[in-house]
Design a protein around this ligand. Structure first.
Ligand SMILES: [Zn+2]
Length: 475
């Protein structure tokens, strides 16, 4: 089973195609990326401040995006990603500017080119009827749940963020976010980070969330509709601090959701021991009133479908998977989608560690079972560079987790968990790639692990798993 493949909803949806643009012809870092039509290397984003008004009856969104950024080179034109929505006006440094669109690119022309290193601000008013965009991975991004309350969700990995706000849609362009969202009174709004303000405007209510992040655009999330919720406390064993969690779900699923999500505090306690301090200010799971193919690890606020909640913890392994992504995938994000095993191999290994911790199958047993399955299947994929249409291939997940288990068997538990914590500590809040992980692993192990990891990541034939050793999950 693949996980975090972003085929948002099972039901059909009106789709707009996403296609590469002239950015495909860029040279340098862009030319080497998996999805060169997405994002720009012309600037780095510092913050997004999104003011949104959503009308669930009409399905329309009015938005204003104030974006702070820094020019990475002299910029005669600022390039953003935006799909399906119409720009009404745009300003660069408070001066109204001409805009043009080219497929799913929004291009703004300032009065004079921006100088390299210059900070600048964009102020963009836009709107329309948001919806999922067609990608090689299905319809992703903003979507309606189809429930009676007109609920919405965002599941944007990897290319769906432009479906609801103008952004620099690169996994390594991370920024601070503010969301100010106005909905009809009685509807709820959930977004990444902490709720800082909720104001009653009469017929409408405005909800403000702040997330210092930093966060890649594809992990930004917004859910509207009607939710029951509960809050809980978890102890970060690495720091001793208390983390406040909040879950939200359809009211009629409250009993099942509280049970199925009920071990998140214990997961955080265990994961902070294995991976290091929890990287963000808050955490919570959202269950939407729709069937999703898979959950999505949106930062601080992953989303699950109602089909993932049955009151029997059948899908708890996915609850562990999405929590592990907060360290590996969200806090330490990808330099490029080519490095996807750093997200999915690690999150899958988080599932196996949780299984071992709870007295279910030990990680070693799961690894040997998955290894046998991989061995029976085709060995024609390099998970360290799987190709852009194979980033969510199941083997990226399971062979990636097997590679980590092989590293654990080679180094022993103490060095292995020190290595895992050190990887997060070294790259927390930033982006990293596979060569950096190979270099990192080499610093933590007495034997050079590079040939071992190289075979797992860059060779097609499946390497053997080292023999088992007495394993004790830490802490
Ligand atoms: Zn995942």
């Amino acid at each position: 089973m693949t996980r975090c493949t972003r085929r948002a909803l099972i039901r059909g949806a009106a789709l707009a195609p996403l296609a590469a643009t002239a950015a495909d012809r860029l040279t340098g870092p862009a030319a080497e990326r998996y999805f060169p039509g997405h994002g720009s290397y012309g600037h780095h984003t510092t913050s997004y401040d999104l003011s949104l008004a959503y009308d669930p009856a009409a399905g329309t969104l009015r938005g204003r995006a104030r974006i702070r950024a820094v020019a990475a080179r002299p910029l005669p034109e600022v390039e953003l990603d935006l799909a399906r929505l119409t720009v009404r006006s745009a300003r660069v440094d408070d001066i109204e500017v001409r805009t043009r669109t080219k497929r799913h690119k929004l291009l703004l022309t300032p009065p004079r080119p921006l100088a390299e290193g210059a900070p600048f601000t964009l102020d963009i008013s836009y709107g329309g009827r948001p919806g999922p965009v067609r990608t090689p991975f299905g319809a992703i991004g903003w979507d309606r749940t189809g429930d009676a309350h007109g609920g919405t969700l965002v599941a944007a990995q990897p290319l769906g963020a432009p479906s609801w706000f103008p952004c620099n849609d690169r996994p390594d362009d991370k920024a601070e976010f503010v969301f100010r969202v106005t909905v009809p009174r009685g509807h709820h709004v959930l977004a990444n980070g902490a709720l800082t303000e909720r104001s009653d405007n009469g017929a409408t209510e405005s909800w403000t969330y702040h997330h210092s992040g930093p966060m890649a655009p594809y992990l930004a999330a917004l859910y509207t509709g009607r939710f029951g919720n509960d809050t809980w406390q978890a102890r970060d064993t690495a720091t001793g601090r208390s983390i406040t969690g909040r879950n939200a779900y359809p009211v009629r699923l409250s009993h099942r959701a509280r049970h199925d999500l009920g071990r998140q505090p214990a997961m955080i306690e265990a994961f902070t021991g294995w991976f290091g301090p929890y990287p963000f200010e808050t955490y919570g799971a959202v269950v939407v009133d729709a069937d999703l193919d898979e959950p999505v690890e949106n930062q601080t606020l992953p989303v699950f479908g109602r089909n993932h909640i049955d009151g029997e913890r059948t899908w708890e392994t996915l609850v562990a998977h999405e929590l592990a992504h907060q360290w590996y995938g969200n806090s330490v994000s990808l330099r490029d989608w080519r490095d996807i095993w750093l997200n999915e191999g690690f999150a899958t290994y988080g599932e196996w560690l949780w299984s071992e911790h709870t007295g279910e199958d030990p990680a070693d047993a799961i690894a040997r079972r998955e290894w046998a399955r991989l061995h029976r299947g085709p060995q024609n994929l390099r998970i360290g560079d799987p190709g852009q249409d194979r980033i969510f291939d199941d083997r990226v997940y399971t062979r990636g987790a097997c590679a980590l288990h092989a590293l654990r068997l080679t180094t022993g538990d103490e060095r292995f968990f020190t290595l895992l914590r050190g990887w997060h500590h070294a790259h927390r809040g930033r982006s990293a790639d596979t060569p950096a992980f190979l270099a990192h692993a080499a610093r933590y192990t007495p034997q050079t692990p590079e040939p071992l990891l190289h075979a797992w990541l860059y060779d097609k034939p499946l390497p053997p798993l080292p023999p088992p050793r007495p394993a004790a999950v830490r802490p």
